[in-house]
Structure formats: structure tokens, C-alpha cells
Design a protein around this ligand. Sequence first.
Ligand SMILES: [Zn+2]
Length: 149
Amino acid sequence: MSVCLWCAVLLFVAWLGSGWWFISWIGASGWSAGIGRGGFGFGRVVVPREFAVSPGWVVGPDYPPARSGYAPIWEWTVHWASPHPPNFYTSTPLWIPFVTAAMLAAFLYRRHRREHRRTEAGLCPTCGYDRRGLASPAAPCPECGSPSK
Ligand SMILES: [Zn+2]
């Protein structure tokens, strides 16, 4: 399997899994990054002390109580609360990198299949030139110059 396909599979699993589980890293100064509710989130949110979550890794079903009530993430969002000190949160839905990786994997697979088909039929895998009449099977393609495979 290609790297793109593995990426797509991993992203799909993360996307589905984040509907039930979250994983988040929370820093001491309010910086945090995590995956949950179908998205990847990153930002710095300073919350009142009573809502603060202790720093470190947080893993569990759904979100910690301080963030409950968030809808699943479908759109790219950036929340700017204040520029000084930086107080913002961005969330990227995981379906965006998943669809990108899946499309790339499909594109590479189709190209691979086409090259394979052409080679099997005695054609140049790059441009489709009929190589069957060539004197040497090892000669580069006279049409596009690509080396024989
Ligand atoms: Zn060629």
C-alpha cells in the first residue's frame, strides 16, 4: 500500500474515532492541541481558574467538562478572543486532510494501474507509444525518451 493510502486510512480512523474519543495536550500557559469531535484543534485559551484543566495529556471519551457543548467540527474555524495576550482557538475538520490523502492515493493508484496496463500491452508506460516494433526492448522510448521498465 502506498504512503498516501496509509495516511488516508489513519486519518479516516482518527476522524471516526474522534467522534467518541478525544486526545488533547494542555500546556501550563493555556496552549493546547488535540483531536476530538471530528477535528484537530490548536490554540491558546485562558479560561477562568475554576474551569481550568490541569496541564498534561488528557484522553477520554468525549471532551473534558470545560469544553462540553461543542458541536462536531465540520468547518474550518478560527476563534480570536483577544490578540494581547494571544487567545485563540483554531479547529480543522479531519475530513479535509482525509479527503486530500484519499484523492491523492486514488490518483496515484490510477496512474500506477495505467502504467502497468501499458507495460503489459507492450506500450510505453509514460506516453503510450507502441514499443513492440523496437529493435531493443531496453531502448528508451523514441517518443518521449523515458527509459524502458
Ligand atoms: Zn514514451
